[in-house]
Design a protein around this ligand. Sequence first.
Ligand code: NAP
Length: 274
Amino acid sequence: MNRITIMILGCGNMARAISLGIDKNESQNFHFILFNPSSNKAESLAQELKSSSVCYSLDELPVADIYFIGCKPQQFSSLALNLKDKLPENAIAFSIMAALDITTIGKKLQHGRVMRIMPNTLARISMGISLFASSSEISKKEQAEVKSYFSSAMEFLDIPEEKFDLLTPLLGSGSAFVYWLLEQMEEFARAELAGIVDEKTLAKIFKKLLYGSALLAIHSEEDNFSSLIAEIRSKKGITDACLIQLNAEGKTALYRAVQQGQKRAKELSLETEG
Ligand SMILES: NC(=O)c1ccc[n+]([C@@H]2O[C@H](COP(=O)([O-])OP(=O)(O)OC[C@H]3O[C@@H](n4cnc5c(N)ncnc54)[C@H](OP(=O)(O)O)[C@@H]3O)[C@@H](O)[C@H]2O)c1
């Protein structure tokens, strides 16, 4: 089995989750080279991976098959200065950064072979579906091969790259939307149940609500959420009254939130281009 070398550039939360997910793939032989400005993060990740080494300086860039860019978009320009013109010709630059498109990444690195994904926090439990796009310099066969390396960490959804920033607020940040809703519901309940139910029980109630709803949705034969809602909603009932109000006001708030995320993606991309 050929050894695949993946250099992780930026060992933060998301890179860590994905590397640990990739490492579960028993059908490949991986070696990770780990770089992070504060080297303790690279050292701690190294202890959890089957085969890895820590890189302390980018002055001499180690040879790898895949250079996994795990820093934040705002940190990329500084990283790119260290990588520019140094990536081996056949290597792939693989970005998880929000907002930065393949052309910008390629220009900064002076490297044409770039893949881009938009993961989400579910990568931590190998449950995520990531948006995927690639530069045309990488053949479909190679794209499939790289996807197979990551298959134990996530699934991929190929979409035109221009859709990435539009969908990032919903998919990249999606879990935060779900948690936010539960946080609001918990806050209401807390106010009503102060002195009656303790914090631990309150958290348990809403975590079970989330987990149970997810299980019901996954096991449902319906492929849309409207049908699941219809099972709970009866005309002129309590759920009905709540949902009429949510549709009237909540939907607008949600659209606005997504638009703010899309606007922020544009700003981040302009800041990095400059
Ligand atoms: N978190 C999410 O749910 C999520 C979802 C979708 C996409 N993403 C994308 O994932 C990327 C990482 O996000 P994160 O949440 O994992 O952030 P994070 O935990 O802050 O990780 C960023 C890492 O990059 C390192 N770094 C900083 N400057 C660097 C440089 N010049 N070269 C190499 N590494 C550098 C940081 O090291 P120091 O700590 O030493 O500064 C840190 O370990 C972002 O681009 C984000 O858009 C995240």
